[in-house]
Design a protein around this ligand. Sequence first.
Ligand code: DX5
Ligand code: ZN
Length: 215
Amino acid sequence: MAKIAPSILAADFARMGDEVRAAKDAGVEWLHIDVMDGHFVPNLTLGPDMVKAIDKSVDLFQDVHLMVTNPENFFGSFAKAGADLLTFHIEAAPEPETNVQMIRDLGCQAGISLNPDCPVEKVLPHLHLFDLVLLMSVFPGFGGQSFIPETTARAKTIAEYIKKNNLPCLLEIDGGVSRLTGPPLVEAGADILVMGSAFFADQDRADLVRSFAGS
Ligand code: DX5
Ligand code: ZN
């Protein structure tokens, strides 16, 4: 079984309050917030003000995905805005230990992410420090891309490592996840599935959430 974390990038920005409350009504517990800086990735999205506005609108766990260079410059403002989990990329912080401590000192959970071309072996030795590992199944930068099929085997390797070492680290997958691409990821050991376009376009979101919660 897995939780769906809707990526608000695919929501209607003009109706964000209604969108996040509807997501909660559909049964989700997490929201995924995609932060892009136009430098680490070639796109610009949201900042802490959006997290703050959502925090006021709905009681949901805010999973903040920092696709930014120098992520440590932004931990404080996102934590203050109401983020619950701060995930940064290993590509932006090759020695992640210091960042973890900063995040914990701010009272948030800590996550580490890796791009599709990053060998999983690069993150495995750090996982004992983290609450979550976010495995990208597309190159970050844009919603609505196609799922990269090699991700499933990579997810399995990470999940097996977590299990073998008995680590309290969740595995989350991000990019092109849908009703179709999701189930093999759950089978591989994913705990959280980020869903942007597939969630907001679904005709029966409650059924979507339930189908993964029960799988
Ligand atoms: C990609 C983002 C993803 C993306 C997910 O850079 O990190 O979270 O918005 O959207 P879909 O599910 O549409 O691929
Ligand atoms: Zn994301």
